[in-house]
Design a protein around this ligand. Sequence first.
Ligand code: ADP
Ligand code: MG
Length: 725
Amino acid sequence: MSGNAVRLQAIKDVEAFVPPAVSFDPGEEPGQIFGENVFSVSVMQKRLPKSVYKSVLATIEKSTPLDPLVADAVASAMKDWAMEKGATHYAHVFYPLTGLTAEKHDSFLDPVGDGTAFASFSGKTLIQGEPDASSFPNGGLRNTFEARGYTGWDVMSPAYVLENPNGNTLCIPTIFISMTGEALDHKTPVLRSQQAMAVHAKRVLQLFGHDEPENVVAYCGPEQEYFLVDSHFFLARPDLLNAGRTLFGAKPPKGQEFDDHYFGAIPERVLGFMMDTERELFKLGIPAKTRHNEVAPGQFEVAPMFERANEASDHQQLLMTTFKAIAKKHGMECLFHEKPFDGVNGSGKHVNFSLGNSELGSLLVPGDNPHDNAQFLVFCAAVIRAVHLYGGLLRVSVASASNDHRLGANEAPPAIISIFLGDQLADVFDQIAKGGATRSKEKGTLTIGVDTLPNLTKDPGDRNRTSPFAFTGNRFEFRAPGSNQTVAGPMVMINTIMAEALDHCATSLEAAVAAGTDFNEAVQTLLAEIVADHGAVIFNGNGYSQEWPVEAEQRGLKNLRTTVDALPELIAPEAIELFSKYGVFSEREMHSRYEIGLEQYVLSINVEANLTLEMGTTTVLPAATRYQTELAANIAALAAVGIEGDRTMLESVTTLVADLRSGLADLTTALGGLHDHEGIAEATFARDSVLPAMAATRAAADALEALVADDLWPLPTYQEMLYIL
Ligand code: ADP
Ligand code: MG
């Protein structure tokens, strides 16, 4: 059998694959199924007694504490509704620090002792669950023998029924905490930080004359990039299967240089997948909006409409699970790795965020009149302060071994956290810095004072794809989060640093007003101070340029290139002080997140390194040496009949085989030494010794891929994986 048999079979199977018909009723309106499987506010309104409904609604919309007395009524209505939808089980769904989604399933049926069972679901079971916490990462918060952990219902994120061929499940989004009340998940801090931000946002709004503002919430609209690969190729690549990315693979002759994939025609098969996923997402009440091809071949994007951060991050997790499941149904794998293919564009998750409420809309909309502008400028200035003071925390919120392949690795966006404001807004802040914004760029009216701050037109001006944190007209877009990660991490950071910045603004304005300063003047002073102190973070230039890191350093901005550089930000004294002050994380919780970050980093590199060793030794090396033998045999055969063969190819292959061997040997040594270290030293060793050995091994293997006879090459190539769908 030839060396490429597995690969050839995969190609044949891909070509023979008949995608399933999409279960799509052409007469069906999208609105008809939207939210069909969600225990939504409108379902509650229909099914709950009026007083119960009002009480729950107050919790959802005004964040008033949940009245435990209503829980039984809600639970009973929820169970009946779910059972009508075919649910047999319920699950508390939570988001442990592995970054994945965890579920604890229980049956509705309780045996009653006489051989029969009774469907029950009490308020207590709805509100609280008790999964074993010992197998989830806790970063030293618990000893394994202290296994108790609790899940608690997050009333603000709706329950839903998840369909499955083997039975449906009622899913209840929950927080996950230890017995001592420490957060073991991603949701708890989102809720805590949301609360902290709202307090100070409301203070600012009150200063602007909104006497009793509605609760301010953070909105998040995550754009999700992903790759699709045929399952047959995926299964023929141990690296994709086990690490989610290719650890070997030469760049295809036709890469993304042509940019012909971006917004190009979507392959029929992918369209079928997209229609199917959209339908499923709609049923779950997830408003998936746009779909188009991304820059790289095989890469696509989905962008659900923005929602409250908490709900958006639950939906985001559900979206990823749904995508993976439906891709499988269509004979494909959905890859959320940040860099599945080296040399090809990676995948991010752009977190669009704004603050607001239903009464005032987004507080980051410039608005039409000067008064709105002044309020908008204060919120915008708060963002500038927050990002300047705590850019390191934003950076660490997106740090992972896989995202390191994007950030700081010559790809969008850079690891330096700066803000892009666009020409118009940058100009306004420029004027403020110079003594007050007195005119708009176009109109040129000149009067002093906040009331005459220029009207801003709604158009955000140009876009800047190289900026990690860009103003886009009515929101900021944080472009650094990785494709695979929960948006909860970045949203916790954004909420918390905004809480601090808004607190600062409110305190300064309140003090000035109390001291008798004219409010407009106080605003002007505050804005000028923020621009003076924090304007260094504003950068409208090219974030990929060679000059930027140099300039950023002069400006005092951090360039935390790798996860190992970024993680210590979590335990810096300023960070610990910030998070305890606003009640988002205790010092212990910060340390636990730091430990988990290190642990996950090392774990991920360790797996990849072992895979590199295994594939290099058992797959690549044998193909290369076989070819080497063939070449040598050819030269010998020719020599026997008096012809001199060409030795250059043999020499090249021989050199590369030697390189590959020494790469593998170095990698073995590095891996052997990894666990001699601990904590940050172990992570540093992984970065500085293991990763380079992996890279050297790969370089030799990829060069061999370009030389070895195709009928000996065992692994599906980039060309095949990226272009055959
Ligand atoms: P682009 O590719 O131009 O950045 P998309 O339409 O792909 O834009 O995605 C924009 C994302 O921003 C969507 O998820 C959208 O819901 C979200 N978004 C729009 N307005 C807001 C807002 N005020 N706050 C938060 N997110 C928003
Ligand atoms: Mg975008």
